[in-house]
Design a protein around this ligand. Structure first.
Ligand code: UD1
Length: 369
């Protein structure tokens, strides 16, 4: 029987929903031995375990327990520990997803040990090198052997950077595979009743990008904008730990408390968040994945960033990328509340089958007798 041994790497919250359908698809191949490795970049129950439970992911086979730290420290610690694992496990392939520090750290270790790297969600570019994720994306793509794309535009980015066309495969979006698998179950969650919110009559927001929450002026301005929006409709704000710290440091809690209906809550699990997203009047965010999920759900999305690495959400989806100017954000919010929000359609190959395509290609190309 043919065989293939693969380490699947996860580290931070947005990785979990991307790996879940891949783990599932690999289970269908008797010859694939998969090892699930969690670096522990995210470690809080609500940033990690809850997602494993919600997504039905198995407990990681290997947990590195790296935790937080500066970029160098975090990336370096993952590399040191991952190298030991590589020596022991000796996989044929290392599969990484997305653009977090764990993604580049494990890819770099693998390629130097002569093991092929598979990058899922390759080729996305914000063209903003001040974003830590942009550096992770560019470098991971340079050393990957298989580059799986979520959107067609990513191919041009990779070809421009000298990547061989033979390594590139447009397969669709594994994050949307997860969304489609869990959509029905999410709809049954009682979270809106528990919060006393009506479907279609609240705004959902998330903010965590360093460029938005680490600068006191920008962070204050965004929070003030959300306070204003909460005068028109309740605003629900599940807060990332990084953002909670900054809100406290900049003394913004009082503003939030004084706002008409601005609810700052703990981070939500995958199913609860999906339910909230699907039922929001609109979403205001700086997340990458949420731009894609709202496009598939048909919910208007305002992105409070200067750029997006996921242009198909704008050209075909419900996303508008507006920067941080309060006037522009409030104008768009008003437009949406008057029923004039952007309509969109589902991008090509976002059909729930991306993970199957990926595993099929890997098996065809790499399984050995
Ligand atoms: C990381 C990713 C980012 C992704 C985000 C999703 C990088 C460079 N960034 O950013 O691309 O969008 O995850 O959340 O990899 N913290 C906790 N508990 C946790 C995790 C983090 O309290 O479980 C706090 C710590 O104070 C930590 C801070 O959040 O210092 C930031 O965590 P870190 O993993 O460095 O980056 P994120 O901002 O989460």
């Amino acid at each position: 029987m043919k065989k293939l041994k693969i380490i699947n790497v996860v580290g931070a919250r947005p990785n979990f929903m991307k790996i879940a359908p891949i783990v599932e698809a690999m289970r269908r191949y008797e010859g694939i031995e998969q090892v699930l490795l969690h670096t522990g970049q995210h470690y809080d129950h609500k940033m990690s375990d809850l997602f494993f439970n919600n997504l039905g992911l198995p407990k990681p086979d290997i947990y590195l327990g790296i935790g937080s730290g500066g970029h160098g420290e975090q990336t370096g610690k993952v590399m040191i520990e991952f190298e030991k694992v590589m020596r022991e496990v000796q996989p044929d392939l290392v599969l990484v997803v997305g653009d977090v520090n764990s993604t580049i750290a494990c890819s770099l270790v693998a390629v130097k040990m002569g093991v092929k790297v598979v990058h899922v969600e390759a080729g996305l570019r914000s063209n903003d090198r001040t974003m830590p994720e942009e550096i992770n994306r560019i470098l991971t793509d340079q050393i990957s052997d298989y580059l799986f794309l979520t959107e067609a535009s990513a191919e041009e980015n990779l070809l421009r950077e000298g990547i061989d066309k033979d390594k590139i495969y447009f397969v669709g979006n594994v994050m949307i595979d997860s969304l489609m698998t869990h959509r029905e179950k999410a709809e049954q969650q009682p979270i809106l009743d528990e919060l006393g919110l009506q479907p279609g009559h609240f705004v959902l927001t998330t903010l965590h990008r360093p460029a938005n929450v680490d600068d006191p002026e920008i962070c204050t301005s965004l929070i003030e904008t959300l306070c204003t929006i909460s005068g028109k409709m309740p605003v629900l704000f599940p807060v990332h730990p990084r953002t909670r710290k900054q809100i406290a440091a900049f003394g913004l809690e009082e503003k939030i408390k004084a706002a008409p209906d601005f609810r700052m809550i703990e981070p939500l699990g995958y199913l609860d968040f999906l339910k909230c997203m699907a039922n929001a009047a609109f979403v205001l965010t700086d997340s990458g994945g949420i731009q894609e999920e709202t496009t598939v759900l048909g919910v208007p999305c305002i992105t409070a960033r200067e750029n997006t690495e996921r242009p198909v959400t704008v050209t075909e989806g419900t996303n508008v990328v507006l920067g941080r100017d309060p006037g522009r954000l409030l104008e768009e919010a008003e437009k949406i509340l008057q029923g004039k929000g952007k309509n969109g359609r589902r991008p090509e190959l976002w059909d729930g089958k991306a993970a199957s395509r990926i595993v099929d290609i890997l098996w065809q190309k790499e399984a050995r007798a």
